[in-house]
Write a protein that binds this ligand. Sequence first.
Ligand SMILES: [Zn+2]
Length: 175
Amino acid sequence: MERLWAPWRLSYLTGSTPPERDQNCFLCLAARIENLASFSPENLVVATSNDILVILNRFPYSSGHLLISPKRHVASVEDLNRTESLALMTQLQIATRALRMAFHPDGFNVGINLGQIAGAGVPGHLHVHIVPRWNGDHNFMPVTGGTRVMPILLEDSWSKIHAAFMAIRDSEPLA
Ligand SMILES: [Zn+2]
């Protein structure tokens, strides 16, 4: 059997994992909100699982723009353990389904910016963007920031997405 030599995995074996939390990081702060009843339009958390946080982006590219992140404060995909990797993809599946239910988009942009140079707004804490898209919205994704008119308010987005996540939780499991 061939073995991969993977020194970066040593931290898991020795238990010296990267810092779990950064108190200046909004994703870490949001990840502390574990209780379903505490999710709200103020904190924008729509769902969590053991290892993953799903939160509405406060500065969305389009209505329903979500961020899906590990609860641990890790910077890159290589820092995820296998459980977190699987859980992240599972939450991406659920989020896609929830956004379809809530907003009936025609498509999605899904992406990760790794590092400040690549445009990561929170470079220390990995997060996947999922942005619903509609036919005819092609000028919705400016590369540089700017004022965008959001068709619906953040609070309304939160309510619709949160309701969709709740409905999915109570329905059949994903394939
Ligand atoms: Zn963090």
